[in-house]
Design a protein around this ligand. Structure first.
Ligand SMILES: [Mg+2]
Length: 342
């Protein structure tokens, strides 16, 4: 089996604003496992929040990764491939997608079947309205028409104005993500206020370091509180369970599809609700996560819907529900010829 890779710049349809800053594009990287006429595909969408970047990944790949034989690759995942990724979770994750895509195609099964997930049990996905011009909100809500849940990014000085603007356009349920942008006092006040506005839950209201304060907020808040920046891998779950009602699992944070499945199992043991999320990424990464989505409670898998130049076909959305592609492995395909992409 051979490994190749290619970098690619995904362009945001709208500038993507979070409490931390705004981006017009993201540089991602595709990895490919090639062998026996099969292409296994994976995507790394590294996040600055976790000090990861595409140039770092290129450096690791240029130094060379030793690929175990296809028969051993999944068995010895943690000691074989993961150990060579120098702790870069986005790279580990991309390699796990590519290996599983290859292996499942070889074996003639879909990725969701590998994880014992039922295709028809995919959840609804939310669609994100990122921080940006309040005047653009009506247009963004019109574009969100196919989705039945709106995710709104907060953690600004304009939070109530943003929610009022959304509520001026739609009465669909809202999920709020403050991306660590509030203090405890703001969190208590905002959760009260939001609970009267058809909001389902609030994601990562306080900074990840403020775990004890988050547990106070959880006691005071009428709305469930979900961890994102606090729930990176399965190791975090026992430590943070007292402060949250649910967790957001992302492949780019946890490092592999195997680890994401472990997080699902750990979260169930700790009575936590589970959401599957993503970064702004293209259809390879989002489709990989979508194959696990029948196993969770909520999906926020819209990264591929927020970009204007997705090179791949993969998971779809019908009436807000995720529709897994047919085919073995990930079931993704290149939309049209693009130099370097497979
Ligand atoms: Mg989040």
């Amino acid at each position: 089996m051979e490994l190749s890779w290619e970098t690619y710049r995904i362009e945001c349809t709208y500038p993507f604003g979070l409490s931390r800053g705004t981006a017009d594009y993201y540089d991602i990287l595709y990895v490919y496992f090639l062998g026996d006429g099969i292409i296994g595909r994976g995507e790394a969408a590294p996040s600055k929040r976790y000090d990861e970047s595409t140039p770092q990944i290129v450096e690791v790949l240029e130094n060379g990764i030793e690929i175990p034989s296809p028969d051993d690759i999944l068995e010895s995942w943690e000691t074989g491939i993961t150990a060579q990724a120098e702790g870069i979770k986005a790279l580990e994750s991309a390699l796990s997608m590519a290996a599983l895509d290859w292996w499942c195609q070889k074996d003639g099964i879909s990725l969701h079947r590998y994880f014992h997930a039922e295709k028809e049990n995919t959840p609804l996905t939310s669609f994100t309205v990122a921080i940006g011009e309040i005047d653009n909100i009506p247009q963004k809500i019109r574009e969100a028409k196919p989705y039945s849940i709106i995710k709104v990014k907060l953690g600004t000085d304009e939070d109530k104005n943003i929610i009022n603007a959304v509520r001026g356009c739609t009465d669909k349920p809202i999920r709020v993500d403050a991306n660590e942008g509030w203090t405890l006092e703001q969190g208590i006040e905002m959760c009260q206020w939001l609970s009267e506005r058809n909001v389902q839950f609030v994601e990562q209201p306080l900074p990840a370091e403020a775990l004890d304060e988050t547990s106070v907020l959880r006691d005071e808040s009428p709305l469930p509180i979900f961890a994102d920046e606090n729930s990176l891998t399965s190791e975090d779950i026992p430590r943070i369970a007292y402060a949250f009602d649910g967790i957001n699992i992302k492949l780019m944070k946890c490092g592999s599809l195997f680890e994401a499945k472990r997080m699902i199992d750990f979260a169930r043991e700790h009575d936590l609700k589970i959401m599957l999320g993503c970064m702004v990424e293209s259809s390879i990464g989002v489709t990989a996560a979508a194959h696990l989505s029948p196993l969770v409670d909520f999906a926020d898998l819209d990264g591929n819907l927020l970009i204007s130049n997705d090179p791949y076909n993969g998971v779809g959305v019908e009436n807000g529900k995720l529709i897994l592609p047919d085919g073995n492995g990930l079931g993704v395909s290149l939309k049209g010829k693009i130099e370097g992409l497979k």
